[in-house]
Write a protein that binds this ligand. Structure first.
Ligand SMILES: C[S@@+](CC[C@H](N)C(=O)[O-])C[C@H]1O[C@@H](n2cnc3c(N)ncnc32)[C@H](O)[C@@H]1O
Ligand code: SF4
Length: 397
């Protein structure tokens, strides 16, 4: 997921560092058209106590104006960059918190403004609490071809602990609604390492997910993110992370999903053959992308910038034809190389030997420890190494 944290069990690598001044400046290192767009819709019907993404409760009176600002943002970006999208990713927050007429206006606006003839994958994130047959049919008609459904668990008690707005039955119904609307590429998001969760509950969640035959499964280890209710409860000792149990959940995930025919093409991502996410792969390969919307990051060449993480201020600025950028950062080739190693190390294909050439001692050591192995011209994490991915990556920065 572009613009996202990675939720696996290892210590986190800051893939997208925060930046500073306020204008975008020179992007001349970039070559050719931008091929990847991320669009952030921050609205949620309810705020989950573990979530650190930029989001706010849905304010229906603001939604239309916000969609207008997104399209104006796209116009402003388009005036600067050639854009020929291969992938578009609508994330959040909850894009499906918008109603059908707002979605029609917004997605129609993308059709009107962009040449979509090279578009390969258009993903939208959906919460089971806001999927209807009408919305699903509209999204399919507007050429969205991949939906990422935030199921998290099939256990109602755990869904309650997570503060989710939906039940397991509603999630299953949403999945069928999406299939019936014609979606041939559906991802199901799951979370493990939840408070009180047993390995049996997790195994059941995996089995129930497999029985629906989604094309892609993302399985994230719960992380206690700063500035969340779960983090505060952990600080007070009410909730406790359990790294050993997390490692067992992770092992179970890998063996169960691989046995069911899903390839683990990245630490937290599993896909049936041919269904790995094109958008995510572009991110992991360090390709340029533009972010539209509040809090969204963009990276073009050696420039990275982030829009204001406040949707009202973002819309005000855009509609006054001012820049919505809150911070910018100059990257160095060294920083890009380090990110590339950290991200590609998490993937099935691993890191090219050329990128690790300056780290021959570390590489040898990880091979001796059974954490890395060589596969053709790449270095790939072993099963044991996958649990320690971020620690391994840290040695290469
Ligand atoms: C933006 S949310 C998905 C869309 C939608 N808002 C929803 O929740 O259904 C992206 C995914 O990140 C994962 N996630 C969010 N916060 C997390 C956390 N603290 N630890 C692990 N995974 C998390 C969840 O699996 C969630 O579905
Ligand atoms: S997990 Fe999804 S629904 Fe819950 S607050 Fe975060 S973005 Fe909103």
């Amino acid at each position: 997921m572009i613009n996202r944290a990675n939720h696996n069990c290892s210590p986190r690598v800051a893939a997208v560092p925060a930046g500073f001044p306020t204008t975008v400046g020179d992007t001349s290192a970039a070559t050719g058209a931008i091929r990847h767009l991320y669009v952030h819709i921050p609205f949620c019907a309810r705020i989950c106590p573990y979530c650190a993404f930029y989001k706010d409760l849905l304010d229906r009176s603001q939604a239309r104006r916000f969609c207008e600002a997104l399209l104006r943002d796209l116009d402003q970006q388009h005036a600067v960059f050639a854009i020929s999208p291969k992938t578009i990713y609508f994330g959040g927050g909850t894009p499906t918190a918008l109603n059908t007429s707002q979605l029609e206006f917004l997605l129609g606006g993308f059709h009107d403004r962009l040449d979509l003839s090279a578009l390969d994958e258009w993903t939208i994130e959906a919460n089971p609490g806001s999927v209807s047959a009408r919305k699903a049919t509209l999204l399919h008609k507007l050429e969205v071809n991949r939906v990422s459904l935030g199921v998290q668990s099939w256990d109602n008690k755990l869904l309650e602990i997570l503060g989710r707005e939906h039940t397991a039955a509603q999630a299953e119904q949403s999945f069928h609604i999406l299939r019936d609307a014609g979606f041939l590429n559906i991802n199901v998001d799951l979370m493990f390492g939840l408070p009180g969760q047993t390995i049996e509950q997790w195994q059941n969640t995996l089995e129930q997910t497999i029985s629906l035959r989604p094309d892609h499964i993302s399985a994230y280890c719960l992380t206690y993110e700063e500035d969340t209710e779960f983090f505060a409860r952990q600080s007070r000792g009410e909730l406790k992370a359990n790294p050993e149990a997390d490692a067992d959940f992770f092992e179970t995930t890998m063996s169960t999903l691989e046995h069911a025919g899903y390839e683990q093409y990245e630490i937290s991502n599993y896909a049936r053959p041919g269904f790995s996410s094109v958008h995510n792969r572009a991110y992991w390969l360090g390709e340029d992308y533009l972010g539209i919307g509040p809090s969204a990051f963009s990276t073009v060449g050696l420039r990275r910038w982030q829009n204001l993480a406040d949707y009202r201020a973002y819309a005000d600025r855009i509609l006054l034809r001012q820049s919505p950028v809150g911070s910018t950062e100059n990257l160095t080739n060294e920083m890009k190389r380090a990110e590339r190693i950290a991200l590609s190390l998490r993937t099935h294909d691993g890191v090219s030997a050329a990128l690790l050439r300056p780290f021959q001692n570390e590489t040898r050591e990880f091979i001796a420890l059974g954490l890395l192995r060589q596969s053709n011209r790449n270095f790939v994490l072993t099963q044991k190494g996958k649990s320690l991915a971020d620690s391994v990556a840290e040695a290469f920065v």
